[in-house]
Ligand binder design. Structure first.
Ligand SMILES: Cc1cc2nc3c(=O)[nH]c(=O)nc-3n(C[C@H](O)[C@H](O)[C@H](O)COP(=O)(O)OP(=O)(O)OC[C@H]3O[C@@H](n4cnc5c(N)ncnc54)[C@H](O)[C@@H]3O)c2cc1C
Length: 390
């Protein structure tokens, strides 16, 4: 097992240890079985909710733990490090941030206690659409005001966990792009109660993917949503969503660090035990150097993740660090995954070792929630002052 590092501050609260203990109840066999059936890890998400881990960021006045992002990052890192998959529930942690920062007192009172206890699942985040891709301001889903309701029509894609969530945070246009001065104006954020909307214009179609992720397409056909479910001001939704994205990027980066540690743990163990040509394969530099390289890459990425989390927790600007952390950590977990398969040789492809499953799962993060190219474009433009490339 890899050693902890001196700056693992969350250790002081025993949070990492508590997460590890919980995860022991969900070994590889549990995940393999779900993976075969593309099923949702209901028991795991319930256990995380019951233990209060998914409520880490909800303030205590609403029934949460009121912890900082550093602690939330430690929780998700440990989940992945134990070989589990936090993607099934991680949105419950950060999606509520938009309600917390921009919602009315009434909305916070209505939603946050249920989200904190796990009674209310806010796990679906509907931004991406088939024809807009990364170009969020080009989304077409439209919410038209009609008395004390909005009537929403459109089509979202890759809306993960929609089938297992009670609520969805939805980004929709309330003014056409052609009618606003700034292309990011005229977008609004809504809380959609999917329990009411299903069968009343909202339908969900699962998308089968190479890993078990519970992602879907969601169709809105004149879905009526009460106007009181609008978050903040109409037309200002893009900036509300952006403010939550730094938290999402840092937390997912922490998951990637956890994945990288899992791969490094596993391949180090295997390289020590597997004997070929009369000696452990790890004695060969061709095996041990790539493992050492993966470790060095993971540690460097981990420093950026920690810095981004510290800046976020201190309320300081962290857009550059959140983006760079996400990119470095996703690259590090992918490099560790690839080296792990190489170290295991043929056994890297066998389901029973979990390596191939984690390999499939960790690949996602170089694409979602933001792809590497778009991070480089952000750094080029906003950090280095180069011309916008798109
Ligand atoms: C399993 C899964 C779960 C997801 N969950 C959610 C979710 O819950 N909610 C949600 O809203 N979305 C979700 N997404 C969507 C995800 O955020 C997008 O897939 C991602 O942002 C990339 O968008 P896209 O797939 O449309 O790619 P595109 O925008 O079509 O881009 C395709 C490729 O072209 C590159 N590219 C595009 N424009 C440029 C440019 N100007 N310069 C350089 N390169 C460029 C991109 O980097 C990418 O590599 C999920 C995706 C997946 C696969």
């Amino acid at each position: 097992m890899l050693p902890n590092h001196p700056d693992e501050t969350a250790d002081s609260l025993g949070i990492r240890e508590a997460v590890r203990k919980l995860c022991e109840g969900f070994p590889g066999a549990y995940w393999r079985e779900l993976d075969r059936r593309s099923a949702y890890p209901t028991e795991f998400v319930k256990a995380l909710s019951d233990a209060g881990f998914l409520a880490a960021l909800v303030p205590t006045e609403y029934g949460g733990s009121g912890l900082s992002l550093e602690f939330a990052a430690a929780i998700l890192e440990e989940v992945q490090r134990a070989g589990c998959n936090g993607a099934a529930g991680h949105a419950q942690m950060y999606t509520m941030g938009t309600v917390l920062r921009h919602g009315s007192d009434e909305q916070k009172r209505r939603y946050l206690p249920g989200i904190a206890s796990g009674a209310l699942r806010l796990q679906a985040f509907g931004v991406t659409e088939p024809t807009s891709g990364t170009d969020t301001s080009s989304i077409k889903t439209f919410a038209r005001r009609d008395g004390d309701h909005y009537v929403i029509s459109g089509h979202k894609v890759w809306t993960s966990r929609a089938e297992h969530s009670d609520l969805m945070l939805l980004l929709a246009r309330t003014t056409l792009k052609s009618e606003v001065q700034k292309h990011t104006d005229g977008l609004s954020v809504f809380i959609v109660d999917m329990r009411e909307a299903k069968g009343n214009g909202l339908s969900i179609q699962p998308i089968r993917t190479m890993m078990n992720h519970g992602t879907t397409e969601v169709f809105f056909d004149k879905v009526r949503v009460p106007a009181e479910n609008l978050i903040g001001e109409e037309g200002k939704g893009f900036r509300y969503i952006l403010s939550g994205m730094n938290a999402e990027r840092i937390l997912i980066a922490a998951e990637c660090i956890g994945d990288a540690k899992w791969f490094i743990d596993r391949m180090t163990g295997y390289a020590n035990e597997r004997v070929v040509f009369g000696r452990p394969i790890g004695q060969n530099q061709g095996i041990q150097f790539p493992i050492a390289q993966a470790y060095v890459q993971m540690r460097a990425a981990e420093l950026m993740v920690r810095q981004a989390a510290r800046l976020f927790a201190a309320g300081r600007p962290c857009g550059a660090e959140a983006n760079m952390a996400k990119m470095l950590a996703a690259d590090a977990s992918w490099a560790a995954a690839d080296t792990c398969v190489q170290t295991y040789g043929g056994f890297g492809f066998a389901e029973e070792y979990d390596v191939e499953r984690k390999f499939r799962e960790t690949r996602l993060y170089r694409v979602a929630p933001i792809s590497t190219n778009l991070i480089l474009a952000y750094v080029a433009e906003h950090v280095l002052g180069l011309p916008r490339s798109y």
